[in-house]
Design a protein around this ligand. Structure first.
Ligand code: ZN
Length: 148
């Protein structure tokens, strides 16, 4: 798959590493999938589920198909939010989304690999690629809190 976003050289390697070796990726049975999202403008797809115990995310599993940015972002999302209290994960999702919209800056020491995605905000059509997995997990958490 071609990727038309000229990634910043410095961060390209991090993104490609996550794209080629996505963390926590796992095949999900249809019953397991809590949320499935699509990004029609790019053709990206994500299926995701999570496990929450005592208010803490103890597992995130997903399958992602699509461009390097969407897959890398899903991988980074799973790493960033794993083992986090749900409340903290919600804040992190909100912060990431706001950063992608250009509403706030990422701090280099706090964001880890996520900093590599910061350049995506300059390409409005690709922002959805980066945010969809985060959005999907937000919906998973909504669904789980309703079912409780
Ligand atoms: Zn995409």
């Amino acid at each position: 798959m071609t990727d038309s976003v000229p990634l910043d050289d410095l961060y390209q390697e991090i993104i490609l590493d996550h794209f080629k070796n996505p963390r926590n990726v796992q095949k999900l049975s249809d019953e397991e999938v809590l949320i499935e999202e699509e990004n029609p403008t790019c053709g990206d797809q994500i299926r995701v589920t999570a496990k929450v115990e005592e208010g803490c995310i103890v597992g995130i599993k997903y399958e992602a198909k699509g461009c390097a940015i969407s897959t890398a972002s899903a991988s980074m999302m799973s790493e960033a939010l794993m083992n986090k209290p749900v409340e903290d994960a919600r804040v992190a999702i909100q912060n990431f989304t706001r950063t992608m919209k250009g509403e706030q800056e990422m701090s280099e020491d706090e964001s880890g690999d996520l900093i590599a995605l910061q350049g995506v905000k300059r390409y409005p059509l690709r922002i959805k690629c980066a945010t969809m997995s985060w959005h999907a997990l937000d919906h998973v958490l909504d669904k789980m809190s309703v079912e409780k």
